[in-house]
Design a protein around this ligand. Structure first.
Ligand SMILES: *[C@@H]1O[C@H](CO)[C@@H](O)[C@H](O)[C@H]1NC(C)=O
Ligand SMILES: *[C@@H]1O[C@H](CO)[C@@H](O)[C@H](O)[C@H]1NC(C)=O
Ligand SMILES: *[C@@H]1O[C@H](CO)[C@@H](O)[C@H](O)[C@H]1NC(C)=O
Ligand SMILES: *[C@@H]1O[C@H](CO)[C@@H](O)[C@H](O)[C@H]1NC(C)=O
Ligand SMILES: *[C@@H]1O[C@H](CO)[C@@H](O)[C@H](O)[C@H]1NC(C)=O
Ligand SMILES: *[C@@H]1O[C@H](CO)[C@@H](O)[C@H](O)[C@H]1NC(C)=O
Ligand SMILES: *[C@@H]1O[C@H](CO)[C@@H](O)[C@H](O)[C@H]1NC(C)=O
Ligand SMILES: *[C@@H]1O[C@H](CO)[C@@H](O)[C@H](O)[C@H]1NC(C)=O
Length: 712
């Protein structure tokens, strides 16, 4: 491994060398524009030269912003610690205290609006504030976008979410927001950008521009790839091992962080300094990744699940059961204390690196570069360098993220498999099949009452040829159930009974919201949070897009977000007008049970949405869901090129969007501006997504090449 890493470093060295050579040429050229403005008017010719040189600098990555490399500090601002788990960290406990006050106001308002009958929400909320958690599964952009729709449905800032049938305000009343892989991109986009609304993201100039693949966000890959390599080199120079995940992360940063060049200085710990966090306006963001033991190829179901939040990094699992400070990651520890003579480091917890680690599965897309027609990368030395770097990296274990030095070195050696080594490698949070990040919300000391768990997994396969059809089938929650069935892993934490995946399909539990663990009396120990399982299903579009699809027209992106909105609201109440009241019942359910409170309406909700314990484990027919809100034949994402929003009447979820149609009714749908002004791009029809091999990430689109400079 060391050989390949040093080989990679030497390819970086070569890249640097090339860059330095060119930069010396550039230094010899006229000074930059802002200096000349004080002197004599530059001639047109000079300007052109400078523009050209500027472009060359961009192409070589010389203009890339610095800050990705971790750096040494002499005296940390706060005492440095590693603590044993089993309780909340002090800072989190203090923060949650503040958030609970905000959540109380929001939930009181929310419960007053959803149409709950025979329920005095004000009195209830005076004596108890439910702790609400939301979990967003992995599944690439499919998961991010459907998940975003769910978030927007729960967000008081979404105008239609505050109308009849709407669920706005639940997000403001939520304490924990957990994301993994594609769901981590969603949670990350909210957390690192000071908690924008989904609509603000859609309207933003920089965020979530998915028209171009992440490999080629604003035109040709060559435009920014060298910049990424320059940034990665900083980390290598600082003495840290680098892997493909670093490159992947820096590519992601350009889509998820609203700053020039992906804001390479943005750390996850810096989220704790943002106003939305300090004023308790955003829920507590949590990211998941899996620890991979040395030499492990397959991730066992008992693998250690790590969480990364703005304050702490660690694991609730009995194997590690310890936490260190996120901001101090990269520092040397031994047996839970700063190592004598070791370094104190800041800047390791790069926010994009956290998102990239949680989604390291996608490293294979980068490797796909090698399989692509070399023309895609253009020619020349830069391409050669990229190819060389990828070639080397692919020979090492490409899907890992290197998080060495391990903060839990020598800690708890009897049970901690990572105690014996300073290495710590993490992989995609969904690799143990638990694609929904539930683990951090189940630990009893967080006291979560209800988890809204959005499942955008791609589980289902066609029996005929084994090709995926990309719908969830419950595999993720079954995996969590199995993990917690193991006494050692659960350590007294409980998880509801979950039936097999055949029952999920046969009983339609993967087609509509299903609640698990409704009866607290059915638990032997402390009951788990109520699990409101919200599976991806087609409401107004077939939202089962391949995980590896890496580019979307804006209209397609927005349509998937709208599908998520319809999932969360059950068609804005069209499918069940009482759904908002039922969501209210879910929020207060555990506390009502504890108090022995019952309402007729909530009983009806439980009857309708709780899994009743029955099983139907016969082999199911292929799962082939129908669109819930639109007529047959509609809802093909590929046909959507020019989408116009159509406002629906309250409690009428039909035709939330109509392809190729103009506004039907006057009311504009908030600020969403969905009509594409661009002519349809003339290019050969996209090839169908191959079964297992990821689709080519390249959608070459020279039309937008000019925008490159805007983003630099
Ligand atoms: C997972 O289970 C295997 C087999 O039972 C065991 O060898 C391994 O140590 C366990 N890993 C952890 C992290 O507990
Ligand atoms: C830790 O990583 C280094 C290189 O980064 C490698 O040489 C060493 O073998 C690794 N140790 C273990 C126990 O995997
Ligand atoms: C359920 O999903 C898993 C993958 O997550 C897949 O292996 C299995 O074949 C699926 N089963 C059915 C019946 O869809
Ligand atoms: C999406 O689901 C529909 C219905 O099951 C199926 O016909 C279609 O092939 C699926 N598409 C993809 C890309 O998996
Ligand atoms: C109640 O618990 C039993 C035993 O764990 C389980 O078999 C059953 O499915 C559970 N019922 C429900 C509705 O979860
Ligand atoms: C829903 O709205 C559409 C379009 O405005 C209308 O044509 C349809 O009749 C409405 N359906 C119901 C059930 O109100
Ligand atoms: C939508 O527009 C596309 C061209 O932009 C056209 O090919 C398609 O037939 C239209 N669909 C409908 C339903 O009008
Ligand atoms: C897209 O929709 C707008 C508004 O309905 C219309 O003016 C425009 O011609 C459409 N473009 C295409 C390519 O269909």
């Amino acid at each position: 491994m060391r050989f390949f890493l040093s080989a990679f470093s030497s390819s970086l060295f070569l890249a640097t060398w090339t860059i330095l050579l060119f930069s010396s040429l550039i230094q010899a050229a006229p000074p930059p524009r802002d200096q000349t403005t004080t002197g004599k008017t530059p001639s047109k010719r000079n300007l052109e030269t400078r523009d050209l040189l500027d472009s060359i600098k961009n192409i070589l990555g010389l203009n890339a912003m610095k800050g990705y490399g971790p750096f040494q500090i002499t005296s940390p601002a706060k005492p440095v610690y590693v603590r044993v788990g089993g309780d909340l960290g002090e800072e989190e406990a203090a923060w949650v205290n503040g958030r609970m006050k905000v959540a109380n106001t929001a939930l009181t308002d929310f419960l007053g609006r959803v149409g709950m009958k025979d329920f005095d929400h004000k009195t209830f909320m005076r004596s108890y504030t439910p702790t609400v958690g939301m979990s967003f599964s992995g599944g690439g952009y499919r998961a991010m976008l459907n998940g975003a729709g769910v978030i927007s449905a729960f967000d008081a800032r979404t105008p239609r979410a505050m109308g009849p049938g709407g669920l706005g305000g639940l997000l403001q009343g939520t304490t924990y927001l957990a994301g993994l892989s594609g769901g981590g991109w969603l949670v990350g986009s909210l957390a690192v950008n000071n908690f924008p609304s989904i609509q603000e993201i859609q309207n933003s100039k920089r965020l979530w521009k998915l028209k171009h693949s992440i490999i080629s966000p604003f035109g040709k890959p060559l435009n920014y790839f060298p910049g990424v390599l320059t940034q990665v080199k900083e980390k290598s120079d600082a003495g840290f091992d680098i892997t493909l995940t670093d490159i992947w992360s820096l590519l992601l940063s350009r889509v998820f962080i609203d700053q020039p060049d992906g804001g390479p200085k943005t750390t996850l710990s810096s989220v704790a300094d943002s106003t939305a966090f300090r004023n308790f306006q955003m829920p507590f963001p949590i990211f998941l990744a899996i620890g991979r033991g040395p030499g492990e190829k397959l991730i066992p179901v008992n693998a250690t699940v790590f969480e990364i939040n703005p304050l702490e990094f660690g694991s609730h699992d009995p194997s590690t059961n310890a936490f260190s400070q996120t901001k101090m990651l990269g520092s040397d520890y031994s047996d839970g204390k700063p190592e004598i003579g070791g370094k104190f480091i800041n800047g390791f917890d790069n926010a994009a690196f956290v998102m990239g680690t949680s989604s390291s599965l996608f490293n294979q897309i980068l490797l796909d570069l090698r399989r692509n027609d070399a023309n895609v990368l253009g020619g020349g030395i830069v391409k050669d360098l990229i190819m060389t770097a990828l070639e080397f990296l692919s020979k090492i274990e490409f899907d890992i993220a290197d998080w060495a030095p391990n903060p839990f070195f020598k800690m708890n050696p009897a049970v901690n498999p990572a105690a014996s080594t300073k290495n710590l490698t993490l992989v995609d949070g969904g690799m143990d099949l638990e694609n929904i990040p539930l683990n951090p919300l189940l630990c009893p000391h967080r006291g979560v009452d209800v988890i809204f768990a959005t499942d955008n997994s791609a589980d289902t396969v066609r029996s005929t040829d084994g090709t995926p059809s990309n719908w969830p089938n419950g595999t993720s929650v079954v995996a969590t159930y199995e993990r917690f069935a193991n006494k050692f892993m659960s350590q007294g934490t409980s998880f509801p009974s979950i039936p097999d995946v055949h029952t999920f399909i046969n009983s339609g539990l993967n087609n509509r919201p299903t609640w698990f663990g409704c009866d607290a009396k059915n638990f032997t120990g402390t009951p788990s949070p109520l699990l409101v399982y919200i599976p991806n299903a087609p409401y107004n579009v077939f939202s089962n897009v391949s995980t590896f699809r890496m580019s979307y027209q804006d209209a397609q992106r927005d349509l998937l977000i709208d599908n998520g909105y319809m999932i969360a609201t059950q068609g804005n109440g069209a499918i069940d007008p009482e759904w908002p009241a039922c969501v209210g019942c879910a929020v207060v359910h555990r506390e009502m049970e504890r108090k022995g409170m019952v309402t007729e309406q909530c009983q009806q909700c439980l009857k309708r949405y709780c899994w009743d314990g029955s099983r139907n484990s016969a082999t199911p027919k292929d799962y082939d869901p129908q669109l819930k809100l639109r007529p047959a034949g509609a809802g093909e994402l590929e046909q959507v090129k020019n989408v116009t929003v159509v406002e629906t009447t309250p409690n009428n979820g039909t035709l939330a969007f109509a392809a190729n149609s103009s506004h039907r009714s006057g009311a504009k749908l908030s600020s969403a501006k969905l009509t594409s002004t661009k002519k349809p791009v003339k290019k050969p029809a996209k090839k169908p997504v191959p079964a297992v091999i990821p689709a080519s990430p390249f959608i070459e689109d020279h039309e937008d090449y000019s925008r490159f400079r805007d983003y630099n």
